[in-house]
Design a protein around this ligand. Structure first.
Ligand code: MEV
Length: 298
C-alpha cells in the first residue's frame, strides 16, 4: 500500500449567475457573469479496485465526471482509479452545477497529483470536456467556477476580465421549472438559420447593453444597470426565450421597486434576477414570491 491509498482530496467550485448577455455570448459576443457563494464539492480517494466508483448526487449527468477522468488521464498520462463523491448546494436551479462539478473534479485531480496549472489552462481543459458532453455553450459558467467574482467574458474564453466589484445587489427567484439549456440554445440556433439578420440585430443590441453594463457595474451605478437589465430582458423576450412565469416575476420585481429585472441564463425556466437597493430588497423578494417564484438566498 503506498501513501496515495490513504490520501483524501477535496476541492470545490462555485455556481454562477448570468448577469447580462446570455445567448448572444454563444455567437461571439460578451456577457457578464458572477460566481455565487454556493458550491459543489468533490471528494476523491484512490480506488482499491481497478475501476472508478462514482457516487455523485447533484451531478445530473455522470458523463461530466467520466469524461473529466478520461480527459485528465490522457492529458497527464495517469492510470489510477478513484472513488468520487459530491456534495452540492446548487443543483436544479440552473446555477451551473455541471460546469462547477467538472471544475471541482479537475481541481481535485490536480491537487491529488500535486500538479499546478494556471487558470486559463484549467479553463481550456474544462471547456473541452463540457463541450464534448453538452455540444453547445460559451464556457461562461466554467470561467465563473474557476475565477470567481464578476467577470466580463467573451465566447470560449477569448476574453476573461475580472471586474472590480465585490458583490452585486441582486435577488434571485427560481421559476420552479428546470430549463433545458441545450434545447433553448438549439431553438435560438434554428431561429438564427431562419431569420439570421433579425437575430443578429438582437445580439448586437444585447452586446451594446452588456458593454455599457460592464462600465456601469464598475461605477456601481445601479440605477443605470437596472435599466440595462430591463432592456436586456426586452431583447430576450424578442428572442422568444422568456416565459409567462419569468415575465410575471420580472414585472412583479419592477413594480415592487427593483432598479431592474431580467431572466438569468437560457430562459424557458430556471431563474430571474432583480437588482435591488437595501431599502426595497425585502419588498422585491415578497413580490417575486407572490408571482410564484422561490427565492434562492445567495
Ligand atoms: C445559459 O445559462 C446561457 C447561454 O448563453 C448558453 C451559454 O452561454 O453557454 C444560453
Amino acid at each position: 500500500m503506498n501513501e496515495d491509498s490513504n490520501k483524501i482530496v477535496t476541492a470545490r467550485a462555485p455556481g454562477k449567475l448570468m448577469i447580462m448577455g446570455e445567448h448572444a455570448v454563444v455567437y461571439g459576443y460578451p456577457c457578464i457573469v458572477s460566481a455565487i457563494d454556493k458550491y459543489i464539492e468533490v471528494k476523491l480517494t484512490k480506488s482499491e479496485v481497478p475501476e472508478d466508483t462514482i457516487q455523485t448526487p447533484g451531478v445530473s449527468d455522470n458523463r461530466f465526471i467520466t469524461v473529466t477522468l478520461e480527459t485528465f488521464r490522457k492529458k497527464f498520462g495517469k492510470n489510477d482509479f478513484f472513488t468520487i463523491g459530491t456534495k452540492s448546494d446548487i443543483t436544479g436551479f440552473g446555477l451551473g452545477s455541471s460546469s462547477a462539478a467538472t471544475v471541482a473534479l479537475v481541481k481535485a485531480l490536480l491537487s491529488f497529483y500535486e500538479i499546478s496549472l494556471d487558470n486559463k489552462k484549467i479553463f481550456d481543459m474544462c471547456f473541452e470536456i463540457v463541450k464534448s458532453v453538452q455540444g453547445e455553450g460559451s464556457g461562461f459558467d466554467i470561467a465563473a467556477a474557476i475565477y470567481g467574482g464578476t467577470l466580463y467574458f467573451v465566447t470560449g474564453g477569448k476574453k476573461i476580465e475580472e471586474l472590480p466589484v465585490n458583490s452585486l445587489p441582486v435577488i434571485v427567484g427560481f421559476s420552479g421549472i428546470k430549463a433545458d439549456t441545450v434545447k433553448q440554445v438549439s431553438m435560438v440556433k434554428e431561429k438564427m438559420q431562419k431569420y439570421g439578420k433579425s437575430i443578429m440585430a438582437i445580439f448586437e443590441n444585447i452586446s451594446r447593453l452588456t458593454e455599457e453594463a460592464k462600465q456601469r457595474i464598475t461605477e456601481k451605478d445601479w440605477v443605470r444597470v437596472g435599466k440595462l437589465f430591463n432592456y436586456n430582458q426586452d431583447c430576450l423576450e424578442s428572442l422568444g426565450v422568456s416565459t409567462e412565469k419569468l415575465n410575471g416575476m420580472v414585472i412583479a420585481a419592477r413594480i415592487a421597486g427593483a432598479y431592474g429585472a431580467k431572466l438569468s441564463g437560457a430562459g424557458g425556466g430556471d431563474c430571474m434576477i432583480a437588482l435591488v437597493s437595501d431599502e426595497n430588497r425585502e419588498a422585491v423578494k415578497e413580490a417575486v414570491k407572490s408571482a410564484g417564484g422561490e427565492i434562492i438566498n445567495i
